[in-house]
Write a protein that binds this ligand. Structure first.
Ligand code: CP
Ligand code: NVA
Length: 310
C-alpha cells in the first residue's frame, strides 16, 4: 500500500495503487463528475514556470468542488524567507493538500516530512509523477492494454524519464532508455526500476543506441535536453545529445503504428525534428489532455484516504 500520505516519487505508489488511480482517471475522462472535493483546499506553490500542470491542477480541483490558493516562490520564499519545515507546518493548518513544483527534490521531501496534510510533487529536478501517470493512461488508451507494451525513451535520463521508468516497470511495461552514458537514469532510480520490472515480469534496459532502443517498440518517448534550471548547461548539453534527436526516420525503425510521446513543452530542432508533433503517430496532445483526468484521480486519491484502503 501507499507508503504514506504523499505522492513525491512514483516509487511511493505500489502497482495496485497506480491501477486504482488509472481506473479513476478513466471514469473522470468518461464524464463522471461529482463535487467530491467540495470544501477542500490546496496550496499550489510553483518555483518554476508551468502551463499544463498549473491549468490541469487548478481545473481539476475546481471541477470537483474544491479550490486552490496559488503562491509563487517570490511570495513564499520556500527555504529563503522561511524554512521549508515552517511553511509545511503553517500551510497544514490552513489547507487540505500542498502541491509544489520545486527546483530541488529535497524541498518536496522536506515539505512532506513536516506537513500533516498530503504533499504532491508537481515536478522536481528528480521526478514528475503526475506526468508519468498521464503517460501510462495514454499508452493504455492507445494500445488497449499496458502489460506487454514496450516503451523506448530516447534522450536525457531526467525527471520525466525517472517517473516514467518507475511507472512502466510497476505495470508490466518494458522500458528501454537510450542516453549518453553521462546522462543515464540515477543509480537509485535504475535499481528501483529493475526491482519493479522483475516483480511485474517486464524488461528494463539502459543503452546508448537510440536505434537499438526503438526496435519493436510500441512507443517512442522523448523530453527536452535542457530542463528548467539547467539553462547554464545549455551549450554543453546540446553537444552531448547530438545523435539523440527523435526523427520520423527513427520512428520508422520502431514497430509499425508506433506512438510518439513527449510531455511538452517541446523544442523542435533539438530533441525532436521539426514537424514531429503533427505526425499521425503523435499522441502529445492526448497526453496533455490526460493530465487533467489524472490530476482529478490523484487529488481524490490523496484526499480520500478511506477510499484507498480497499
Ligand atoms: N508537461 C508539463 O509538466 O508541462 P508544464 O511544465 O507546462 O506544466
Ligand atoms: N524535463 C522537463 C520537463 C518539463 C515538463 C523539465 O524539467 O523542464
Amino acid at each position: 500500500m501507499m507508503h504514506g500520505k504523499d505522492l513525491v516519487s512514483m516509487a511511493d505508489l505500489e502497482p495496485e495503487q497506480i491501477r486504482e488511480i488509472l481506473r479513476r482517471a478513466v471514469a473522470f475522462k468518461r464524464g463522471e463528475t461529482a463535487p467530491v472535493l467540495a470544501g477542500k483546499s490546496a496550496a499550489l506553490i510553483l518555483e518554476k514556470p508551468s502551463l499544463r500542470t498549473r491549468v490541469s491542477f487548478e481545473l481539476a480541483i475546481r471541477q470537483l468542488g474544491g479550490f486552490t490558493v496559488s503562491l509563487d516562490q517570490a511570495e513564499v520564499g520556500l527555504g529563503t524567507r522561511e524554512p521549508v519545515a515552517d511553511v509545511a507546518r503553517v500551510l497544514s493548518r490552513y489547507v487540505d493538500l500542498i502541491a509544489a513544483r520545486t527546483h530541488a527534490h529535497g524541498t518536496l521531501v522536506e515539505l512532506a516530512r513536516h506537513a500533516t496534510v498530503p504533499v504532491l510533487n508537481l515536478l522536481s529536478d528528480r521526478e514528475h509523477p503526475c506526468q508519468a501517470l498521464a503517460d501510462v493512461l495514454t499508452v493504455q488508451e492507445k494500445l488497449g492494454k499496458l502489460e506487454g507494451a514496450i516503451v523506448a525513451y530516447v534522450g536525457d535520463g531526467n525527471n520525466v524519464a525517472a517517473s516514467l521508468a518507475l511507472a512502466c516497470a510497476a505495470l508490466g511495461v518494458s522500458f528501454r532508455i537510450a542516453s549518453p552514458p553521462s546522462h543515464q537514469l540515477s543509480l537509485g532510480v535504475a535499481s528501483a526500476t529493475q526491482e519493479r520490472a522483475q516483480r511485474s515480469g517486464a524488461a528494463f534496459q539502459q543503452m546508448k543506441d537510440p536505434q537499438q532502443a526503438v526496435r519493436d517498440a510500441h512507443v517512442v518517448y522523448t523530453d527536452v535536453w535542457v530542463s528548467m534550471g539547467q539553462e547554464g548547461e545549455k551549450a554543453q548539453r546540446l553537444k552531448t545529445f547530438q545523435g539523440y534527436q527523435v526523427t520520423a526516420a527513427l520512428l520508422e525503425k520502431a514497430r509499425p503504428g508506433v506512438l510518439f510521446m513527449h510531455p511538452l513543452p517541446a523544442h523542435p530542432g533539438e530533441e525532436i525534428e521539426p514537424g514531429l508533433l503533427d505526425l499521425p503517430a503523435s499522441a502529445v496532445f492526448d497526453q496533455a489532455e490526460n493530465r487533467l483526468h489524472v490530476q482529478k484521480a490523484v487529488l481524490t486519491y490523496l484526499l480520500s484516504p478511506a477510499s484507498r484502503e480497499g
